[in-house]
Design a protein around this ligand. Structure first.
Ligand SMILES: Nc1ncnc2c1ncn2[C@@H]1O[C@H](COP(=O)(O)OP(=O)(O)OP(=O)(O)O)[C@@H](O)[C@H]1O
Length: 375
């Protein structure tokens, strides 16, 4: 049996991006080691923690003081090795870059915008346009190929920016807060399209974001930075189980419930495997009956009670406390019930309700506190 198990054990994913970046910028210093497999790694951290500095150093737009960058699948895999005098210029690094603002050429239509990269790398005009059309199809913009950027919505422009970044077959895709300039409705629809496209991309993606939903829905791995140093590196499940910093706890602390929509009013998400439903006061556009959705609830919006609460809350479930973690005057309380939840309550409530592992309580969430987006 042992031999069978050993044979079946998955081998670790090969490292496709191997980097060590030592960057100094004024008083700030970044010292970051990264080993990423193919897939999406989210880079998270508070303002000024060094996320953008890391991306610009990888792209060759900023020179580290020391370090190395190797990207296994790039045509020229050695991008940086300062000990050996290697520092490949930005235009020879196989990088796609998407920023918060799409920065498309206003006088060119979408096909020409997206064909620009392949053309400038020597691809013949007709082939570059065919490639651009394919990339636009892949992000759902096939019908808008002849439009100029001025005629696009913000979400369409950002999808066009992704198509442009991928049209050169980069080995490394860098996304710096790609959804942060979008309004909430556009943001969730664009996120779903982006996530779908990234799952098909065969290279390494580094996604800088402040948004927990971006990180939890798109990334296979989370790397947390603070003050230019890695504070935690793991899968979303690892970080949820053992967040090492208050920032990480806050990021992964969001209750995220995947399920299927039943159109309303009120709109309901039937949570996968739970036999429970979550009612939302939102009327999310584009979520047809039976479509996949993600409902999110801030732990601070989960109330706990000794008795079944009377009155207005639409979402009320009997729960059992699984664990209590104190952080200053607040406590995070794990709850097992028809839907798994984390509640964040005051230390005073913990004492008042006698909350310890095994306590039976009622949890309630107002329908106005449930956000829903395409899943
Ligand atoms: N050219 C520079 N000269 C001096 N300081 C700089 C320079 N570039 C960046 N910094 C500093 O480096 C630190 C990291 O900045 P960086 O933009 O990488 O952070 P970030 O994590 O991307 O932040 P945000 O989330 O706000 O975008 C900041 O303190 C910033 O002020």
């Amino acid at each position: 049996m042992g031999a069978v198990n050993a044979a079946a054990a998955p081998s670790p994913d090969p490292v496709a991006l191997d980097a060590h970046l030592v960057v100094e910028a004024g008083d700030f210093s970044l010292d970051l080691e990264l080993g990423c497999a193919v897939g999406v790694t989210a880079l998270l951290g508070p303002n000024g923690s060094g996320k953008t500095t890391a991306l610009t150093a990888l792209a060759g737009l900023r020179r580290p003081r020391a370090g190395h960058v190797r990207v296994a699948d790039a045509p020229e895999p050695e991008w940086l090795d300062l000990d050996r005098g290697v520092d490949l210029p930005a235009d020879r690094r196989s990088v796609g870059l998407v920023l918060a603002e799409p920065l498309l050429f206003p006088h060119l239509d979408l096909v020409e915008n997206v064909a620009f990269g392949p053309r400038s790398r020597g691809m013949p005009r007709r082939a570059a346009r065919a490639r651009a059309s394919l990339e636009l199809e892949r992000v759902g913009l096939g019908d808008l190929a002849r439009r100029r950027p001025g005629g696009l919505s913000s979400g369409q422009a950002q999808r066009a920016a992704l198509a442009r970044a991928l049209a050169t077959d980069p080995a490394l895709l860098l996304l710096d807060e790609p959804l942060s300039a979008l309004d909430p409705q556009t943001r969730s629809a664009t996120r779903a399209d982006l996530a779908r496209r990234l799952r098909e991309f065969a290279g390494v993606t580094l996604l800088v974001t402040h948004d927990p939903v971006d990180a939890l829905t798109m990334a296979d791995r989370l790397v947390f930075l603070d003050g230019g140093r890695v504070t935690q590196d793991g899968t979303p499940a690892d970080v949820v189980a053992h967040p090492r910093t208050a920032y990480a706890a806050q990021v992964v602390g969001l209750n995220l419930l995947a399920g299927t929509v039943r159109s309303g009013p009120p709109v309901v998400v039937a949570v996968d495997g739970a036999g429970a439903e979550v009612v939302t006061a939102e009327e999310p556009g584009g979520l047809a009956d039976g479509s996949r959705a993600l409902a999110t609830v801030d732990p601070a919006a989960v109330s706990v009670h000794r008795e079944r609460p009377a009155g207005s809350p639409r979402n009320v479930w009997p729960v059992v406390v699984t664990e209590v973690t104190m952080a200053g005057q607040r406590a995070r309380v794990g709850l097992d019930g028809p839907v798994p939840l984390v509640a964040e309550i005051t230390a005073g409530s913990v004492a008042e309700l006698g909350v310890v592992a095994g306590t039976r309580l009622w949890a309630s969430v107002k329908a106005t506190e449930v956000r829903v987006q395409p899943g």
